[in-house]
Write a protein that binds this ligand. Structure first.
Ligand SMILES: [Mg+2]
Length: 344
């Protein structure tokens, strides 16, 4: 018989995988300096800084790395598009407008120039479509292809939509459909900039973020930032048609592992499990006061053809995110959706 032992090692003695991304970020944020003009630092989709004048600036950086974020052999245009799309999605989550982009390229020395050009063409096309200029960056030799994108955007002074504004009773909404990333959505998603900006300008939203790690990982972050709980209705979650198809095989081992922590041998997972756990949906999840929700839904339908679903509401059960399926309620967190794995 093996006795279970508790791990008393201090956090700094453990590996990144052992403590997880949230704890790592909390730990690192204690080490960094701040300034009086930082409105929102580490912990939101973008940093918000005050520089004087009518606008606050939004700052965001993000890496895209071969075998982690895309499989080898992925067309260059798609890699560039994804790298820029990820940071634009974070600007969208603040209700912001993109301005300038810097890109650092890391590539093995033997990489064909044609492939690098394709990568920049993909990045440039998406940036141009959203009015952002690519103004510089650097290049370095390295063991794998990597693109590191840094974006600056703006939002009217004091108007950035943070994760921390959700209030008890607010309705929770999500744009589009979830769960299609492993079937290629992560390489072709459109950042929801127009939607994010419209949501901010209309004064509809109290809190917002983009779905990058999956609802099961991202909703607890919104709840923690706002000091509230969330209850989600399983039947209301918009599952993408691609995720509904039976037994999806991951495009690469690494992508699958990063998102759910499970081995590829885990077998088929339900569409709902994909929608909750795969991540890289790059849709917006946001909260609207209940008294505005009917008017909001009407205004949304008039403005956008994109689906927008009410998936739940904000509760006073601080830090608790729960999934309701009929009479059954379960904890919704990275481990919490695991029980859906074998169902279809
Ligand atoms: Mg984000």
């Amino acid at each position: 018989m093996r006795l279970q032992t508790t791990d008393y090692r201090p956090q700094t003695m453990k590996s990144v995988a052992e403590i997880g991304e949230n704890a790592l970020i909390r730990q690192l944020s204690r080490l960094v300096p701040g300034r009086a003009d930082v409105v929102a630092g580490i912990g939101d989709d973008c940093a918000v800084v005050r520089v004087g004048g009518r606008y606050d600036l939004l700052l965001k950086s993000d890496p895209v790395i071969e075998r982690v974020h895309f499989p080898p052999g992925t067309p260059g245009e798609r890699i560039g598009r994804k790298a820029v799309g990820r940071v634009l999605s974070d600007l969208a989550a603040m209700g912001g407008e993109p301005l300038w982009i810097l890109m650092d390229l890391v590539a093995p020395a033997k990489t064909a120039v044609r492939r690098i050009e394709a990568l920049y063409r993909g990045a440039a096309r998406l940036a141009r479509r959203h009015g952002a200029a690519i103004v510089g960056g650097d290049t370095s030799r390295g063991p794998a292809l990597e693109l590191h994108v840094f974006a600056v955007g703006r939002v009217p002074r004091g108007k950035a939509v943070l994760r921390s504004g959700a209030r008890v009773g607010d309705r929770v909404y999500v744009t589009g459909v979830l769960g299609g990333s492993l079937q290629g959505w992560h390489l072709r998603f459109p950042p929801r900039l127009a939607e994010g900006r419209w949501l901010r300008e209309g004064g509809w939203v109290t809190a917002m973020m983009d779905v990058s790690d999956g609802l099961a990982a991202d909703l607890p972050r919104l709840a923690a930032a706002s000091g509230v709980g969330v209850e989600v209705e399983a039947d209301a979650i918009p599952v993408s048609p691609a995720a509904r198809c039976a037994d999806h095989r991951p495009q690469t081992k690494d992508i699958r592992r990063k998102k759910g922590g499970e081995s590829p041998a885990a077998g088929a997972r339900s569409g709902l499990a994909h929608a909750l756990g795969d991540g890289e949906d790059f849709e917006l999840v946001f909260t609207v006061p209940a008294c505005k929700s009917a008017a909001f839904e009407q205004a949304w339908r008039r403005k956008f053809r994109l689906r927008c679903s009410a998936i739940g509401w904000i509760t006073g059960a601080k830090g608790r995110v729960r999934l309701r399926e009929g009479d059954r309620i379960s904890a919704l967190d990275v481990a919490g959706y695991e029980h859906f794995r074998d169902r279809r």
